[in-house]
Design a protein around this ligand. Structure first.
Ligand code: HEM
Ligand SMILES: *[C@@H]1O[C@H](CO)[C@@H](O)[C@H](O)[C@H]1NC(C)=O
Ligand SMILES: *[C@@H]1O[C@H](CO)[C@@H](O)[C@H](O)[C@H]1NC(C)=O
Ligand SMILES: *[C@@H]1O[C@H](CO)[C@@H](O)[C@H](O)[C@H]1NC(C)=O
Ligand SMILES: *[C@@H]1O[C@H](CO)[C@@H](O)[C@H](O)[C@H]1NC(C)=O
Ligand SMILES: *[C@@H]1O[C@H](CO)[C@@H](O)[C@H](O)[C@H]1NC(C)=O
Ligand SMILES: *[C@@H]1O[C@H](CO)[C@@H](O)[C@H](O)[C@H]1NC(C)=O
Length: 337
């Protein structure tokens, strides 16, 4: 039995600079406007250029995949997949990122997107959107840490709006019920199967103790959330002591194979090793339990479902044409820096 491990995440500090924000109505996505060969003429080596950056970044920071995957998910659920999550705040605009700070998105995840974009600017300046960079980087990282591979459609434009106030209500919370999660995912065009498959992203990465204190010290006492395996809960208490948990302490999402993208996450749920209530609930609800069972029994079924759900996730709220722009720098709307 793997034990729990404690890590301290170092967050990058981003400088706040000027952000010019033009107001546009964003059109809803159209799958058909994205194309696999979108950059064939204008940036034929796009995939290779991005892959090289990903490979390099992973060798420096093996944990980067989880952070980037989570950032991509949050980008797509807030304003659509338009790289709005990468925009920096300025004196008068609190960007999406500010809400993310409370959700603890780690800086290396941002850095890999910025680096890939900078590499592309050297080869095909002003051509590739940050939103497309995010989709390809995320695919490559997931695949490099053991996950499936899928083809990425391209042609997304970058958004002009990034507003902290628009985050609330668009992201799932660890305390959400299955019904709440199904409805949220449905509102983004994703099915219950997509929800279960995408939750498998918690096969990698970390969670801060603060998110699980209410489970391992149930009701603020030494009780344990009855839906959590007591052995697991007691292990977690080693990393997350009752009254002196530093806010930067994190624990593995998937204690079985913490750094490898596989279907062990689903096996964990079956024995009460879901870290978040939102994870564990997927095994406690009849609408999702049978899907979890199918993922436990067949990793390739999980990989197929995950890849297909990631392709769908990558089309949520996509902007095309004049609804967006190709940003020159991923953290600034053009003309604001
Ligand atoms: C379904 C509802 C979901 C909920 C309630 C949820 C919630 C959370 C929470 C609370 C954390 C820990 C954050 C922290 O303490 O730093 C986390 C981490 C993470 N989430 Fe989710 N999440 C959900 C779905 C997803 C999806 C769909 C993806 C991607 C496809 C995803 C990818 C990740 C990853 C990779 C991490 C680890 C991040 C890191 O190590 O930096 N999550 N999630
Ligand atoms: C910051 O961004 C807002 C909108 O996002 C924009 O209206 C404002 O001009 C920017 N602030 C400065 C100081 O330029
Ligand atoms: C675009 O490039 C990909 C990869 O090189 C290739 O498979 C595809 O056939 C190309 N499409 C066109 C229209 O040239
Ligand atoms: C973020 O955390 C800070 C400090 O804990 C708190 O004051 C603020 O209200 C939180 N913001 C959001 C959006 O949750
Ligand atoms: C813990 O709190 C929940 C509601 O928050 C309540 O239903 C439950 O009875 C409490 N359990 C214990 C052991 O106090
Ligand atoms: C934690 O704090 C609570 C409230 O102050 C107290 O009742 C409890 O005994 C403390 N637990 C530990 C382990 O110090
Ligand atoms: C709790 O986890 C242990 C392994 O650590 C396992 O043997 C046991 O069956 C689990 N209990 C439940 C109720 O699933």
């Amino acid at each position: 039995m793997a034990n729990t491990f404690t890590y301290i995440i170092h967050h990058f500090i981003f400088s706040s600079l000027i952000l010019l924000c033009a107001f546009h109505e964003s059109s809803s996505n159209s799958l058909s406007s994205l194309r696999y060969d979108y950059y064939n003429q204008t940036c034929p080596n796009i995939e290779k250029i991005i892959y090289d950056v990903v490979f390099q970044k992973l060798s420096e920071t093996p944990n980067v995949a989880a952070g980037a995957l989570r950032i991509f998910f949050h980008d797509c659920f807030v304003e659509g997949c338009d790289a709005s999550v990468l925009i920096a705040s300025n004196a008068t605009n609190q960007a999406e990122r500010e809400a993310e700070i409370n959700l603890s998105l780690p800086g290396d995840g941002y850095d890999v997107f910025f680096r890939a974009k900078r590499a592309l600017e050297l080869h095909c300046p002003g051509v590739v959107s940050c939103a497309d960079v995010m989709a390809i980087v995320t695919r490559d990282l997931t695949n490099r840490v053991g996950g499936p591979y899928w083809q990425v459609q391209k042609g997304r434009k970058d958004g002009l709006i990034s507003n902290r106030a628009r985050v609330e209500g668009n992201l799932p919370r660890p305390t959400h019920t299955v019904t709440e999660m199904i409805h949220l995912f449905q509102s983004k065009g994703l099915t219950t199967r997509d929800l279960v498959a995408l939750s498998g992203a918690h096969s990698i990465g970390f969670t801060h103790c603060t998110a699980i204190m209410g489970r391992i010290y149930y009701n603020g006492t030494y009780d344990i959330d009855p839906t959590m395996n007591a052995t697991y809960a007691r292990d977690l208490r080693t990393s997350c002591p009752m009254n002196n948990t530093a806010p930067e302490i994190v624990v593995f999402n998937d204690v079985t194979t913490p750094k490898w993208f596989d279907n062990a996450y689903y096996g964990n749920l079956k024995r009460g090793y879901g870290l978040l209530s939102s994870d564990q609930n997927l095994y406690l609800d009849d609408r999702t339990k049978w899907i979890v069972e199918s993922m436990i029994n067949d990793e390739s079924a999980f990989f197929d479902a995950f890849a297909s759900a990631m392709e769908k996730l990558g089309t949520v709220g996509v902007k095309t044409g004049r609804d967006g722009e190709v940003r020159l720098q991923c953290d600034f709307v053009n003309g604001s820096n």
